[in-house]
Write a protein that binds this ligand. Structure first.
Ligand code: FAD
Ligand code: NAG
Ligand code: NAG
Ligand code: NAG
Length: 495
């Protein structure tokens, strides 16, 4: 009899919704304050609310691969310079933070094959199309359609995320956007995929290889999805943040009232308590060691051999930390006079290009060369004429020596060199390499693995929102919002 009453009372309580809501996490740690770490901090705060304390560990500089440096009292982007116009999260951040977009100042590009310029952009858009068509015929149209199709599928993510859907792996995310075919784009190479749709080998060698090289310092063996994203960027409509792209990172951290610690995370280990699993984050702050406990830990720093190592100790079963290698790209910011003769223009006044991309030729000492605009451009800003000293950004596979600098530049006032562990070393794809996991342990998430599917400021932002939603949905057991397929159809009928 008494059990029955108790049961009935329990039922009543359930019906009245008197059940205690699950508690919020007390504390969350985010490792890394690049755009991935800053964005995930902001999205976590949005999801869990302001009561949750978020600590952000940054070993080096807030902004990570978004960085600036100073030449002659002006600042320039030294890391990622530009953002695509379809990058909706970045556009939102800029609006939210009261920042401004800085449109790219128009300029013309050319492609250099180590010997001569093989393709020159003109001022006249139609003439460009005509030339590409003349040289490469239908290849050019097929390429455009291929890139547009990939971007259209990718853009679906914004709608899914607006409805709080999350994915437990990058493969699941891609599958929901474009099915198995889209997942396969992370395994097949750009070259193989383009040949498959009938793009000519010559077009791939002359044009695609230069764009891919200029973007990633790698060959057309990189995965198709990575290639499609960079080709979307090559079609123009790029912008940057007035005052520097890194302002988005510091702005988001401030807005989230996060506690930023200048410390290097060295290890993450489980710490068992009776109720919730906790994690201990071990760090090194100017030589002093410390550790703190958290309910959730988000690793928003790429785990690679040349980065700061993080060990995952005492996990049962052990965590196989996905440690890969990253590709080095050297950025040299040169203030000086370009040697236009090197590109076949003995009279520098007649050199009309603001950027030169190099094809994948073994003789080429550089990947790309670009005349930079400062991070603040006034309304009347115009680029320096080619015979005047300007600030150039040279991307190369290794640091340029004096002789190489003297070849590319007639003379220069200064050179500043930054070596980036810039992108995953994609190597040759086709070997069916699985993408790194997102969930490393119950409450430990890895954001940066997304770079193996594609790498850009926006990919990190999309991954940040996904991880924040995933952590939130899993915390409150909202399983209906995780790994749902056929969302395109579902959302259509829901609306
Ligand atoms: C030269 C160059 C050009 C690029 N061009 C473009 C472009 O035109 N368009 C585009 O969209 N993208 C471009 N990118 C790529 C873009 O910069 C990256 O995809 C993006 O910035 C990655 O952001 P993230 O936050 O994921 O990683 P990161 O910016 O690398 O941030 C990770 C942070 O974690 C910190 N960290 C690492 N380990 C630890 C640890 N153990 N403890 C504490 N902190 C740690 C690091 O110091 C770093 O600040 C370019 C990159 C480079 C290098
Ligand atoms: C994806 O790749 C697998 C293995 O290579 C293949 O069997 C499958 O047909 C591909 N699917 C699509 C839709 O391209
Ligand atoms: C550059 O732009 C940023 C953001 O708009 C602004 O805060 C900064 O004062 C500007 N700097 C200069 C030198 O104009
Ligand atoms: C410029 O390029 C030309 C042609 O490659 C080369 O002969 C010359 O040495 C280079 N350097 C200078 C300083 O002109």
């Amino acid at each position: 009899m008494t059990t029955l009453i108790l049961l009935a009372a329990g039922l009543l309580q359930l019906c009245a919704g008197n059940q205690e809501p699950p508690p919020l996490p007390d504390r969350i740690a985010v490792v890394g304050a690049g755009i991935g770490g800053s964005a995930v901090t902001y999205f976590l705060q949005q999801q869990f609310g302001p009561q949750v304390q978020i600590d952000v560990y940054e070993a080096d500089r807030v902004g990570g691969r978004l960085a600036t440096l100073t030449v002659n009292n002006q600042q320039y982007e030294s890391g990622s310079p530009s953002i695509h116009s379809l990058n909706l999260h970045m556009q939102d951040f800029v609006k939210l933070l009261g920042l401004k977009q800085r449109r790219e100042v128009a300029g013309r590009s050319a492609i250099y094959n180590g010997d001569q310029l093989v393709l020159e952009e003109t001022d006249w858009y139609l003439l460009n199309l005509f030339r590409l068509w003349w040289h490469y015929g239908i290849s050019f149209l097929r390429l455009q359609m291929w890139v547009e199709e990939a971007m259209e599928k990718f853009m679906r993510i914004y709608k899914y995320q607006a409805h709080e859907y999350a994915f437990s792996s990058t493969e699941e995310l891609l599958r929901s956007l474009g099915g198995e075919h889209f997942v396969n784009m992370t395994q097949k190479s750009v070259a193989e995929s383009l040949l498959g749709i009938g793009v000519s080998q010559r077009f791939i060698d002359d044009v695609i290889s230069a764009v891919v090289k200029a973007n990633y310092g790698q060959s057309v063996a990189i995965p198709a999805l990575v290639g499609a994203m960079s080709l979307a960027g090559a079609q123009g409509n790029m912008w940057a943040v007035e005052g520097g792209n890194k302002l988005v990172c510091s702005g988001l951290l401030k807005l989230s009232k996060a506690n930023v610690l200048h410390a290097k995370v060295t290890a993450i280990s489980p710490h068992t308590s009776e109720k919730n699993p906790l994690y201990e984050v071990h760090y090194d702050q100017e030589g002093a060691r410390g550790s703190e406990l958290y309910n959730l830990v988000i690793v928003a720093a790429p785990l690679h051999k040349s980065g700061y190592q993080i060990s995952f100790s005492n996990f049962q079963p052990p965590i196989q930390a996905p440690v890969h290698s990253y590709h080095r790209v050297v950025t040299s910011i040169v203030h000086g006079y370009l040697n236009a003769s090197y590109f076949g223009f003995p009279d520098p006044k007649l050199f009309p290009f603001t950027s030169v991309l190099s094809t994948d030729s073994p003789d080429s000492i550089f990947h790309s060369l670009e005349n930079l605009c400062p991070i603040n451009v006034s309304v009347g800003f115009r680029r320096k004429p080619p015979q005047e000293a300007a600030v150039w950004r040279v991307l190369s596979p290794r640091p340029l020596d004096r002789r190489e600098l003297k070849t590319l530049f007639k003379s220069y006032y200064s050179v500043q060199v930054i070596e980036w562990q810039a992108f995953p070393s994609y190597g040759s794809s086709g070997s069916s390499r699985p993408l790194p996991p997102i969930i490393l342990h119950d409450g430990v998430y890895y954001l940066s693995g997304v770079e193996w599917a594609a790498t850009s400021v926006e990919m990190s932002s999309v991954a940040a929102k996904n991880v924040a939603l995933l952590a939130f949905n899993r915390w409150f057991e909202r399983t209906g919002k995780i790994d749902q397929q056929d969302l395109l159809h579902k959302l259509k009928t829901e609306l």
